[in-house]
Design a protein around this ligand. Structure first.
Ligand SMILES: [Zn+2]
Ligand SMILES: [Zn+2]
Length: 112
């Protein structure tokens, strides 16, 4: 059930990306700056947001590499935010600026 709606969201957002940003094949890889026969749009936040800055073009080898290790390493600069639970400052990657609320997984768990 969950999976199906996730998939629908994924494919409709991909259509939006192609419409908005064009074909990935016409661009260079965001990471290695090279061209490859398979260029793909990659989503930095994994939330499939319909925001241009959330998408980059990656070649297939880089895409697979970042799929495993996380796209966050593409964004190096971090920002400071205040944890809404413990009120400590913590660092977040720019693409998480709006969504990040907690400094750690522990802080994000609901109170029991
Ligand atoms: Zn690459
Ligand atoms: Zn915290």
């Amino acid at each position: 059930m969950q999976k199906k709606s996730e998939l629908a969201k994924y494919s409709s957002t991909h259509k939006w990306v192609y419409k908005k940003l064009g074909k990935a094949n016409s661009r260079k890889c965001f990471s290695c700056k090279k061209k490859h026969k398979r260029m793909e749009w990659a989503n930095l936040s994994s939330n499939y947001k319909r925001e241009i800055f959330d998408w980059v073009v990656l070649c297939n080898p880089c895409h697979q590499k970042f799929d495993n290790s996380g796209f966050y390493i593409l964004k190096k600069e971090k920002l400071e935010k205040l944890c809404i639970r413990c009120k400590n400052l913590f660092k977040v990657f720019p693409y998480r600026e709006k969504t990040a609320k907690f400094c750690s997984k522990l802080c994000s768990y609901p109170v029991r």
